[in-house]
Design a protein around this ligand. Sequence first.
Ligand code: NAD
Ligand code: MG
Length: 397
Amino acid sequence: MRKLTILGATGSIGSSTLAVAAQNPQLFEVVALAAGTNSQKMLELCRVWKPKYAAMASQQAAKELSALLKQHEISTQVLAGEAGLCQVAALDEVDTVMAAIVGAAGLLPTMAGVKAGKRILLANKEALVMSGQMFIDACEQYGAELLPVDSEHNAIFQCLPADIQRAMGRCDLEEYGISKILLTGSGGPFRYTELSELTSVTPQMAIAHPNWSMGPKISVDSATMMNKGLEYIEARWLFNASREQLQVIIHPQSVIHSMVQYKDGSVLAQMGLPDMQTPIACAMSYPNRVDAGVAPLDFSNIGEFTFLPPDYSRYPCLKLAIDACYDGQAATTALNAANEIAVSAFLNNEIGFTDIAVINEQILNSADMTTPVDLESVIELDMRARVLTHNIIRKVA
Ligand code: NAD
Ligand code: MG
């Protein structure tokens, strides 16, 4: 029986995780749930799952949840603030932490799970993008087991030898005969839109992804392909890959979730319906397989597979992220912070869709790029980049 803490329980990944747990009640026990501010949604989850603990990011939401639980006579213990999120990630009675808070807010709670030596199911790519080698080193130092949940990285993971699977971020791909990791992406909702029309894209249009159903931030990131850029950086760390070993390919059907090319000419691909319950179930039950509650792939219905190289004039954010990856940790931490602020400004109708890339680039050109050496300096740089981004947005708006 795996004992779970789910960080980001009220979100898209959180609910898919609970769906896999519901499908396999004999294998998973939900010990703790954590989320941001939606106390009503958390109450609903507590009614169904009766977790021992529930943590809310804000004191206000924790207070609301306590009152609601009392009203419904549910004995779940409520924890509050970042300390509460970190506490549920490190509980002695938990062995597995689903890290699915969105954005930089997930870094410290996820690291709390790492430092407690848990099995970490990593959906929160921003945490790894922000901290890179520090995250990988901490996993080794504290004996945490890192398993990728992001569908592409989970696909790659499934196509790799077991030795590499058991030492994420620390293996030499070449030693195992691997020549390339092929990171696929759908190209998002605007892959065929006239470039001149991108300036008039609204938040509603951007979050309507053709193949995947996801939270608002990652949906906008998929439309700009910043998501693929963040995933490129994520892959660089998870698979210890060099520039020559990483390639992005557009595959509009989203059936192949990524591939690994070996030096003998073999290419291994993982396929499935675009449903996060598959990679989540794979990570939750590793090395076993469980029923994810996902329909089988029906090849007679797929038609054809197509592939094309990414066009950086359509996806400037992808180029920014790949460049930042090789500029170093300061650039990726600052870019991640700028992008979070810019995406939220776009979702609030304060800036246009194409402004996101313009603002991200300005931050990369203007932030003080002293390489962060520990988590404190990562967080400090993240904060500085946020302030700078807010200032630029005020000018644009
Ligand atoms: P979402 O917006 O649906 O959910 C986000 C969750 O984080 C919610 O539970 C929310 O309450 C919580 N949260 C937000 N701010 C918080 C804070 N300050 N403190 C604590 N909790 C906070 O997002 P999602 O789509 O589920 O994505 C979650 C993570 O998984 C992201 O990092 C995303 O990149 C990654 N991911 C998502 C998908 C997907 O299909 N949705 C796929 C791959 C990776
Ligand atoms: Mg992905």
